[in-house]
Structures are given as structure tokens and as C-alpha cells.
Design a protein around this ligand. Structure first.
Ligand code: SAM
Length: 345
């Protein structure tokens, strides 16, 4: 974590506690409003007392026209369950070791203050015990109880534990759910994830294509990453690079034409030593009118319009790579990871 905080490092360290900020959720969700009317939303890696995903959907329950919001809290979460326990009147030895769910089917002015807002949701959670219940299992998204909830849901939205990202995505696909999840751009190089992108079953979200984003981390998180801060309440935040949204919900911007201006020359676009494709160093440099296969950087996916280009494969795993599993070379020198594409029109 020292030099470059990223969700990939989270994978290595099995440290999955990065809490997404509300403005980042709002900036992305605004592209998908049309998908949510009458839908059941599940946030299945989300402690309702901590998660801004829960907060976002509770706040926007009526504006989005949701039918139901379900959030489940995994019992490994490092947050205190005290508030919840007080509400329940239950006693549990270690308040951190409980898994529970919240289910909301309406948000109205229950506290009678004349406004419909988060205070009503809090009031509901404190006064209506029916909406909160302790899970029998541990809230693991793979547990039977969680899968039953998944089956009830239309759309899943969360920041899943990065160390389980592949499994998490595979489950969403298996149960044919619409989803919007946040993760690390490196996930696209996982064979299984890349296959989904190639088959047009998953794509990048709309709002993050570069830079870093701030995530809240647990109080005991070591702050040795490059960018971090502690707010006035002592809460810790780190800046994380390579963050991207992944979804299978369509949005219009995804179909915007990538405007190109360069022309092909063999000098500027060398071919790989043992694969019949040209190397393109930057997505904006894709040559106009080139009809063959082109190797482009992974960040091409930030601009990928499936009407304009077809994805052939990932360099290492494309089936006719003579050295399957190994990246391409130019004059004997290995290139960066490349996605192979061809224009459709
Ligand atoms: C990256 S954090 C994100 C939390 C929250 N979604 C947010 O963005 O604020 C991932 C969350 O998943 C929880 N988690 C870890 N393993 C899990 C599992 N197997 N099933 C469900 N949740 C899990 C962690 O406790 C953690 O709260």
C-alpha cells in the first residue's frame, strides 16, 4: 500500500474495507435512473449504518420509484453494531459479529416533521423492528440466505470485496441480475471478466475514466498510502487509483462515437512480432479507416462503443496467440497489456 493505494492491493492484502463516498455514487447513478422504476434493489455488501449505497437508495427511494430496498451486512464488517443492538434489545457477545438485513418498502414522513428524508429512514429503523432482522447465516453473499435475497432482487448495486470480485461477478451473471458495482480497472484482465466484456455482458460505467477516488477506511487502517486524510471527526480516508464502475445496464453515452483523427502509417503503427495486428499506443490514436486488428491499451474500454468496434480478445488469451498466456512482442520487447479490436464501421 505504501506507494500506490489501489483496490488491487486490497486484493493482495485481503483488505476489503473501502467505503464508497456518496458523491461518487450519485455521479454514477444519475445515468441509470430509467432502470430503477418499480424495481427491487439489493445492496449485499452493505452495512446500512455505514454504507452510502444504502443511504443513496433510501434517500432516493421515491424519486427512483423503487419497490423495495434490501441491504445486508456481512458479519465480518468492522463497524459497531451497538446502535442496532440497542434498537433490538438483543444481546450479542461481540457486536461486530452479527449479520443482519434491512428491508424497506416505503419511505414516507413517518416522523411527522413535514419532510420525507433520511431522518424518516432512521426513525423507521429505530421504531419498526420488522424492517431489520438478524440473519441466520453470516451475510456472506454466497450463503443460501443471501442467495434467496439475490433471487428477489432486480438490480444489485454495491462495492463488493475486491478479493472476491471474480466470484461476486460470476454470481450476478449466474442469477441473471442487473448490476452496478465498483471495483478496480485491473479486473478487466481477469479472464472471466474480460470474457463478459467481450461478449457484451458487462461494460464500464459512465462517470469514472481516470484519476483516483476517495474511500473511507476503518479506524485502524494504516495510513501509509500516498494520498490520505483524516476528517474533523477522526474518520480516515485514502485516495485509490484505477477505480471503475462495472455494469450491465445500458446508458446512452456508451453509444457515442469515438472521434478519431489519425491516419495509418506502417511506421507509426508497427505490427507485433508473431501476431497479425498493429500496435496502437493510445486509444485516441486509433487510425481512421484501418480495417485490420489493432492492439489498444486496456483504457480503451473507457471509450468503447460496441456499435463502432468489436473486441477480438485479450492479447495473452486470444486463441490464436502462438504463445498463449504471454503478451505480444515488438522487436523482441514485450508490450503493455493490449486489447485486440477491429472496427465495425
Ligand atoms: C469494499 S467494502 C464496501 C462496503 C460498502 N459497499 C461501501 O462501499 O461503502 C466491501 C464490504 O463487503 C463486506 N464483505 C466482505 N466479504 C464479504 C462476503 N463474503 N459477503 C458479503 N460481504 C462481504 C466487507 O465487510 C465490506 O463491508
Amino acid at each position: 500500500m505504501a506507494r500506490n493505494a489501489n483496490l488491487h492491493a486490497a486484493n493482495a492484502g485481503k483488505n476489503d474495507e473501502f467505503y464508497t463516498q456518496l458523491p461518487d455514487i450519485e455521479k454514477e447513478l444519475k445515468y441509470y435512473k430509467q432502470h430503477f422504476q418499480g424495481k427491487v434493489v439489493l445492496c449485499n455488501c452493505d452495512d446500512p449504518y455505514e454504507s452510502n449505497f444504502f443511504k443513496y437508495f433510501a434517500l432516493n427511494f421515491n424519486a427512483l420509484g423503487l419497490k423495495k430496498l434490501i441491504a445486508t451486512c456481512y458479519n465480518g464488517s468492522p463497524v459497531s453494531g451497538n446502535e442496532l443492538l440497542l434498537n433490538f434489545g438483543d444481546t450479542v457477545d461481540d457486536p461486530k459479529k452479527i449479520a443482519y438485513k434491512v428491508e424497506i418498502t416505503e419511505v414516507t414522513d413517518v416522523n411527522g416533521d413535514g419532510a420525507v428524508n433520511l431522518a424518516d429512514v432512521k426513525y423507521l429503523m429505530q421504531n419498526n423492528k420488522n424492517i431489520i432482522s438478524i440473519l441466520k447465516e453470516n451475510g456472506d453473499f454466497r450463503s443460501k440466505e443471501s442467495i434467496d435475497l439475490l433471487q428477489q432482487a432486480d438490480i444489485v448495486v454495491t462495492n463488493p470485496p475486491f478479493s472476491l470480485f471474480r466470484e461476486y461477478v460470476a454470481q450476478l451473471i449466474e442469477y441473471k441480475k442487473l448490476f452496478l458495482i465498483i471495483g478496480n480497472v485491473n479486473a478487466v484482465t481477469y479472464k472471466e471478466c474480460f470474457r463478459l466484456i467481450q461478449d457484451n455482458k458487462m461494460w464500464m460505467g459512465a462517470s469514472i475514466h481516470s484519476g483516483d477516488r476517495e474511500f473511507r477506511v476503518p479506524d485502524d487502517y494504516p495510513l501509509n498510502a500516498a494520498g490520505h486524510r483524516i476528517d474533523e471527526n477522526g474518520r480516515k480516508y485514502i485516495r485509490v487509483k484505477g477505480v471503475r464502475w462495472f455494469t450491465n445496464m445500458d446508458y446512452p453515452q456508451r453509444h457515442e462515437e469515438l472521434v478519431l483523427y489519425k491516419h495509418y502509417t506502417p511506421e507509426e503503427y508497427p505490427k507485433y512480432d508473431e501476431y497479425n495486428a498493429i500496435n496502437v499506443g493510445a486509444t485516441n490514436d486509433i487510425p481512421i479507416g484501418y480495417g485490420g486488428i489493432m492492439g489498444v491499451p486496456i483504457t480503451f474500454l473507457d471509450k468503447y462503443n460496441p456499435d463502432q468496434f468489436e473486441i477480438i480478445g485479450l492479447d495473452r488469451y486470444v486463441k490464436d496467440n502462438p504463445h498463449y498466456g504471454v503478451r505480444f512482442k515488438i522487436n523482441g520487447k514485450e508490450t503493455y497489456a493490449r486489447i485486440l479490436i477491429r472496427r465495425k464501421r
